[in-house]
Design a binder for this molecule. Sequence first.
Ligand code: GLU
Length: 299
Amino acid sequence: MTYHRSGRLVGVIAAAVLVLPAAAACRAGSTPAAKASSAHGRLYAMSRALRIGVKNDQPGLSLADPTGTEYTGLDIDIAGAVATALHDKPVFQALVSNTRESMLLSGAVDLVVASYSISEERLKVIDFAGPYLIAGQAILVRADDKSIIGVDSLKDKITCGTVGSNSPARLAVKFGGSEDAKNPWGRTHLRLDAGYSECLQDLLNKKADAVSTDDSILAGYANSPKYRGRVRLLPERFTTHREYYGIGIAKGDHADIALINATLRQMIKDGRWEKIVRKNLGATAQQFLRPESRPSPPS
Ligand code: GLU
């Protein structure tokens, strides 16, 4: 389609959704006119096009072509399948890590499918359907830099991440001892950009020594024609914490969440999900297909 769990998290995900059986019984393919029903969610019943917020600079996950109209990647394929079941063909709108909540809260987008981890902090203001992918945090370096061999090497280096992402805080906690990404270590050793493509530029221009975020994102850059051979993904996730990718949605939209989760469960069961992972994540797909990495959206 090219158109445009740690134990703690189990509780988080359970809190994220409230399933309404009537909504789960909705069927894909019904016309918008036939959709209006009190059992259906707001998005399902809506007459205008569904607007989905996505990244536009993450190869493998969510990348726009130079004209900014055609999108490809795993997030795009998941968004397309969910939109078909929920409503209709979507209109994609580009966003960055730091604008995901605000664009949902302002109503600028109806859903966010953007390497968006379900977290307690975010659940205070929005809800999530999913998860649809389970990633882990890793490190990307310049191909010829042999001085970084693991996370401990980052203590004295500059690491790039994005504003509004979970990833920089995990390094800040490791080296600075507090949740705040602006702690003393963070002030000196973290570089925060708006998007990951800017981090990649900073890495190649030596304004940063490493980029650290989800391996699903970093693998996409390492495998892309633009960066292949110039950057290198360190082989291991350096933390046991996992990123459960969810679909961001306005708070309280339980019927739409139930239908999205039913759609994702069906896709995982009938092999469509695996196909999407293989098609978009290439050589690194296997990592996300291991039994312990298979997502199981709540029913
Ligand atoms: N999945 C992480 C998050 O949602 C990092 C990736 C990103 O910022 O898009 O914060």
